[in-house]
Design a protein around this ligand. Structure first.
Ligand code: PLP
Length: 455
């Protein structure tokens, strides 16, 4: 029987020597961090991009690789927060956008690009009869939350613990431990009064919540993303579908990560379960900023139709300066068309990553079962926990110690592997990562386990 606390303290010891090496090979990142702290709170553009003792500053990306300002090269398993499904900066997308930009970057009027892209999306994403674009996944969730309330005339929204839907007030709860209350300062309790959080992969809790609260919708990521890349077990999603029908609630799939990733048609296609509405982001922008959309059954989406509902108070608002801009539309169209026409990419990548999870699991077993993998398709979580976690609560509460995830992150960086975050190992690789790159990860991980269990 492995002594978990010993493993964790060995990892902590190891961190000291690793940190010294990190300081030596990332001097320019350190200098930039010192400058950055003077102009950005915490020295970062987004707190999740920080890692100890200071983040790497990346100045170049191509394919599956990124380079830091000191010239170190890494295999990237974060891929722009899961955006770059075909790797960084695919040339054919860049060329299409460069061509379109000659005619303007942001037109501010209706344009043919948005129509063409919408038509394509309705073919690729199951049940997407009508849609609207947004500037981010957060925004798409915000509009969906209003829409489901307006449509059902109900106030409650049920989400799952660890479900990340962006920073919009009413969904910004139960994301991280202890999974209660607002996740942010400046967010009054009242704003989340109608948001009910239940554990993921727990059908009984959803049913209890649906019985107790008349819910406009259940919103769920088909595979928990930021909550550790944990996949739905058994018939979880199908049962959610059944229960939401039974209790008159809408089912919303937040497919900001899973969309165009698990399959061209996202989690709906992969798990063969249809939601009423889907939320899209990341990949939908073809690698360019300002990406998001929501849509689904026309009977619900029609509520946004200002011709049918001319009084602005009779319809849920949606809009934004940059929505439907040609850069996003052309990039997204070009990329999604390619994905749609090259479905075999998914079969290959999904089976490579399933094999990766199996081999890492074997290694975990060899070293006394100190870790487990979770995930589906290319989405992959690795957890140093006592049992295989079924939800985010278990992923945090059943950890073997306080240090090992952070130390492995540092270890990876020194072995030219990069991902976010150092709190939770969850990988969002592209469909183009090679077998050799994936094997390098397994090899690095194996040597880490050997280091922290020896003696
Ligand atoms: C499932 C999910 N929904 C929504 C969001 C928010 O998207 P954005 O960061 O584009 O606002 C994210 C971001 O990571 C996400 O993973």
């Amino acid at each position: 029987m492995v002594d978990f606390s010993k493993v964790d303290s060995r990892a902590e010891e190891l961190a000291r020597s690793l940190e010294q090496k990190y300081l030596e090979r990332t001097r320019r990142s350190r200098e930039l961090f010192e400058k950055s702290k003077k102009v950005l709170p915490g020295g970062v553009t987004y707190a999740i991009r920080y890692f100890k003792p200071y983040p790497l500053f990346i100045s170049k990306a191509e394919g599956t690789r990124v380079w830091d300002v000191d010239g170190n090269e890494y295999v990237d398993y974060w891929m722009g927060h899961g955006t770059h499904i075909l790797g960084h900066a695919p040339r054919f997308v860049l060329e299409a956008v460069a061509e379109a930009m000659k005619g303007g970057t942001h037109l501010g009027y209706e344009n043919p690009y948005a129509v063409e892209y919408s038509e394509l999306l309705t073919k690729v994403v199951p049940g997407l009869e009508l849609l609207r674009f947004t500037n981010s996944g957060t925004e798409a969730n915000m509009y969906v939350a209003r829409l489901v309330r307006a449509y059902t005339k109900r106030k409650y929204i049920i989400k799952v613990e660890g479900g990340w839907h962006g920073g919009y007030d009413i969904l910004h709860t139960a994301v991280s431990p202890p999974f209660v209350g607002p996740e942010s300062a400046g967010l009054p309790e009242e704003f989340i009064r109608y948001t009910i959080a239940v554990p993921y992969n727990d059908v009984d809790s959803i049913e209890e919540a649906l019985k107790k609260y008349p819910a406009a919708a259940v919103i769920v990521e088909p595979v928990l993303g930021a909550g550790g890349c944990i996949e739905p077990l058994g018939n979880y999603l199908k049962e959610l579908r059944e229960l939401t029908y039974r209790y008159g609630s809408l089912l919303v799939f937040d497919e900001v990560i899973t969309g165009f990733r698990l399959a061209p048609g996202g989690g709906q296609e992969f798990f063969n379960v249809k939601a009423d509405l889907v939320v899209l982001g990341k990949v939908i922008g073809g690698g360019f900023a300002g990406a998001g959309a929501f849509g689904g059954r026309s009977e619900i989406m029609e509520l946004l139709d200002h011709l049918k509902y001319p009084d602005p108070r009779s319809r849920p608002f949606h809009g934004g300066t940059f929505v439907g801009n040609p850069v996003n539309m052309v990039a997204g169209y070009t990329l999604v068309k390619y994905l749609h026409e090259n479905r075999s990419l998914y079969e290959n990548a999904n089976s490579l990553w399933a094999e990766f999870r199996r081999s890492v699991d074997r290694v975990c077993e060899e070293f006394g079962r100190i870790c487990w993998t979770t995930g589906a398709g290319t989405m992959t979580g690795i957890h140093f926990t006592r049992v295989r976690p079924r939800n985010v609560r278990e992923a945090y509460e059943l950890r073997l110690g306080k240090h090992v995830e952070h130390v492995y992150h540092l270890y990876s960086r020194l072995n030219n592997i990069l991902y976010i975050s150092e709190k939770l190992i969850h990988l969002l690789p592209s469909l183009t990562h090679s077998k050799e790159e994936i094997d390098l990860f397994t090899k690095t991980f194996t040597s880490f386990l050997a280091d922290i269990t020896k003696g």
